[in-house]
Every structure is written in C-alpha cells, then in structure tokens.
Design a protein around this ligand. Structure first.
Ligand code: PEP
Ligand code: MN
Length: 343
C-alpha cells in the first residue's frame, strides 16, 4: 500500500507510522518528496487494514499499489533511478554503452578489444568468463582465469568490468573481480541466484529470458531489489518467436513500456537480439531513439576467430562507426551519450 502523509509531516511523525508498519510484520519504505512524504507498506494487505492508517491524523490517503512489481514499479517511485557502474551512471538522462567480446579468451584479445571500445566511447567493458552455452561441447568460458584477466585488463585500460554470473557458488569470486554482474537470459528466473544478488553490493544487469514476458522480467528484478540491492539495470536482448530470419526478435516495444512502468534503467543488446552483425547498428540506433538508457554490444578484435558469437560481433571499425552515428538518436530521445569516466 502507498500511504501519503499530510503536508508538513515531520520525519519523527513518519517514523512513528513506519514503526507500526514494521511491528505488524510488514516491510516499510520511507520516501520523502519535495511536496509530500510517501510511505510504503509491503506484505499481507489484510494486516495493514487492521492498523486503520486511513483515520490517522497525519495520513492523507492510503491506496493500493496496483502493479505486481511493487519496488521496481513507478507507482511508489515515480522518478528514474540511477545505477552506478564504476565511475559512470546509467539512467535518467545518461545513455551508457557497454561493449566487449562475448567471452574472455586471452589477455591480448581482451586488452586489444577493451582499448578499442574505450577509445570509441564505451563506458564499460563486457566479457564472459562463465559462459552458459546451448551445447555442452561449446566453449564454456575460462572460468576463474577469465575473471582474473577481466580485472587485470579493466585496471590497465581504466574501464569498469561487466561479467556474467551463472550460479550462486561463483558469487564471491565474481564479486571480487567484477564491477557489475550480468544475469543471462537463461538465468533470469533462477530465483535463488536473484535473491543472493539482492545481498551483494555490486550493480546487476538483468537480461530478459528468451521466453519471458516483460512482467516476468520486472518480477525477476523485484526479487533482487526486495532483498536489498536496488542497483539493477534491465536488459532487452530479444525473445524467441516464430521468426527464423534473425537469432531472436528484438522486442523494442518493451523499452517504452518498461520506461512507463518502472523506474529502473533499461538497456538493449542488439547483438543477441539479432544474431547478425549487419543488423546491430540499425537496431542500436532504434533502441536509442525509442528511449533505452544504453546499449550492450559485442565487439571482437577479430570476429572470424571468436570462440563464441563471432557472427554477431562487430569489428572494432564497425563499432567506431556505430558510436559516431549514435548521438542524434540519443539526443532525439532527450538523453546524453555518456563518455568514459576515466580518461
Ligand atoms: C551474453 O551476453 O553473451 C549472453 C550469453 O547473453 P544472453 O544471456 O542474453 O543470451
Ligand atoms: Mn554472447
């Protein structure tokens, strides 16, 4: 429920009501605003009814939160959230680009790609050390060695590192080496993992499952935020449809829908969304134009030699061209293209 306090209510007065909410076994939220203070109560609404807050002298209104995603929805939190990745912020008017190879293959491969993407304006480096592959015979990632390479390159180049977490038992190691953790499409509803990520102090990039609805994605994010980590970025990466011309169908409808219904930043991954490098730049521009807060793009120094997702990875020169042409589309949506935070 949303509890709107009367104008002029003090923090102490709000605390008294928050105490009652907590004592009833509900989760309470305090959201001071410039006009009014709003409180939230999450949990069994029948319990809240017994508190009769609507007749409390400081309460102006008590109304239900209609959306199922209480914490990531805009009803309780109307303003855009900002999520920090390294020294940069994503969300609000900041459009941020994350780029790098699908997988960490070697120090030289990652270093060369990292230098290139940073020089072209990427604010974060991606690269998987743990790769969830469709086939058990495909390259599964370098594991711990990949994490160590990722950290070393990120420090050498001066760019934050984003890498995928595939299971709870890797959490400590991944948190030790990465600046932001990616949850892949195949793990979007790994609820144990989501809950654990709610207890870690690193931002999480949550990718949409290939057969997940937008509501499923928002409720998956709710798992992380409800456990205490509000640094969550959503990522549209395409869904399975009957269409076979492209690897996935990049659902750009999801972007303005999510922006309306959630305060969390949402980025687009046109690499997995299309599966074809010739379609990445046009869909990246479309994503910026429809209001995405950023992009995640696969770039490899030599895509023909890539150990995974080479066919959708851009050559560094193609990434440079993409970045050069992006600005008008970002500005058309009222945002600014963030520049790498460290020179
Ligand atoms: C990836 O980012 O390389 C990846 C595995 O993506 P997804 O989880 O979206 O398939
Ligand atoms: Mn990939």
């Amino acid at each position: 429920m949303i509890i709107v306090l009367k104008r002029g209510a003090t923090k102490e007065e709000a605390d008294e009501i928050l105490g009652k909410i907590e004592a009833a076994g509900l989760k309470s939220l305090y959201m001071p605003g410039s006009e009014r203070t709003v409180l939230g109560a999450l949990g069994d609404e029948r319990v809240l009814g017994k508190l009769h807050l609507e007749s409390h002298p400081l309460v102006e209104d008590v109304k239900p939160i209609l959306e199922p995603y209480k914490l990531v929805g805009r009803e309780m939190h109307p303003h855009d959230s900002l999520v920090r990745i390294g020294e940069s912020s994503i969300g609000g008017d900041q459009f941020l680009v994350i780029a790098g190879p699908c997988a960490v293959e070697s120090h030289e491969q990652l270093h060369e790609t990292a230098e290139a993407v940073k020089a072209q304006g990427a604010s974060a480096l991606r690269g998987g050390a743990f790769k969830p592959r469709t086939s058990p015979y495909a390259f599964q990632g370098l594991g711990l060695e990949g994490l160590q390479i990722m950290r070393q390159v990120a420090d050498e180049v001066g760019i934050p590192a984003v890498t995928e977490i595939v299971e709870v038992s890797d959490l400590e190691a991944v948190c030790q080496y990465a600046d932001a953790l990616q949850v892949g499409a195949r793990n979007m509803q790994n609820f144990r993992l989501l809950k654990e990520l709610g207890h870690c102090d690193k931002p999480v990039i949550l990718k949409r499952g290939m057969a997940a609805t937008v509501k499923d994605l928002l409720l998956a994010a709710e798992y992380i935020v409800s456990e205490g980590n509000d640094q969550v970025v959503l990522c549209e990466r395409g869904i399975r449809t009957f269409e076979t011309a492209t690897r996935n169908t990049l659902d750009l409808n999801a972007i303005p829908f999510i922006k309306q219904h959630s305060h969390l930043p949402v980025i687009v991954d046109p690499s997995h969304g299309t599966g074809r490098r010739d379609l990445v730049a046009p869909m990246a521009r479309a994503a910026a134009a429809c209001g995405a807060d950023g992009l995640m793009i696969e770039v490899h120094r030599d895509p023909a030699q890539a150990w995974s997702d080479g066919e959708q990875s851009l050559y560094p020169a193609q990434f440079e061209a993409l970045m050069r042409g992006l600005q008008p589309f970002v500005e058309a949506a009222g945002k600014k293209l963030a520049r790498p935070a460290t020179p």
